[in-house]
Design a protein around this ligand. Structure first.
Ligand SMILES: [Zn+2]
Length: 122
């Protein structure tokens, strides 16, 4: 169960540093994230991702000077995290505009489909 106090940080963009990640992102949580930069007050998204096991660890592994800001949300299930990542991937311009080189993969051991395209059926 995620409390309001834990949800609050998900409303904001944060500096993408290890110290901030450890302060605001719970360990061993399923969730989604957006990496990007602040351009004139606007959060510009360059990478979308998820973790099915530990969002905190995933974000620390992604640390790079290329990204200055991040946002995140917790997910209720692996399936929700997958579908949210698909939504973000399509919303923010897919591989054309994102650093993501390909469509999100489905979680290991599942046959979930992208709700927005048939890429995973091919
Ligand atoms: Zn898709």
């Amino acid at each position: 169960m995620v409390t309001f106090r834990e949800l609050l940080p998900t409303l904001f963009k944060h500096d993408f540093t290890r110290e901030v990640i450890d302060r605001v992102v719970n360990k061993k949580t399923i969730g989604n994230y957006l990496l990007g930069s602040d351009q004139g007050g606007e959060f510009v998204v360059s990478y979308v991702g998820r973790s099915d096991t530990d969002l905190n660890v995933e974000l620390i592994q992604r640390l790079s000077p290329r990204y200055r800001k991040f946002r995140f949300t917790y997910a209720r299930s692996v399936r929700t995290a997958f579908e949210t990542e698909c939504r973000d991937y399509h919303r923010y311009g897919k591989a054309h505009q994102l650093d993501n080189q390909k469509h999100p993969d489905r979680p290991d051991g599942t046959s979930y489909q992208c709700p927005f395209c048939d890429y995973l059926n091919r």
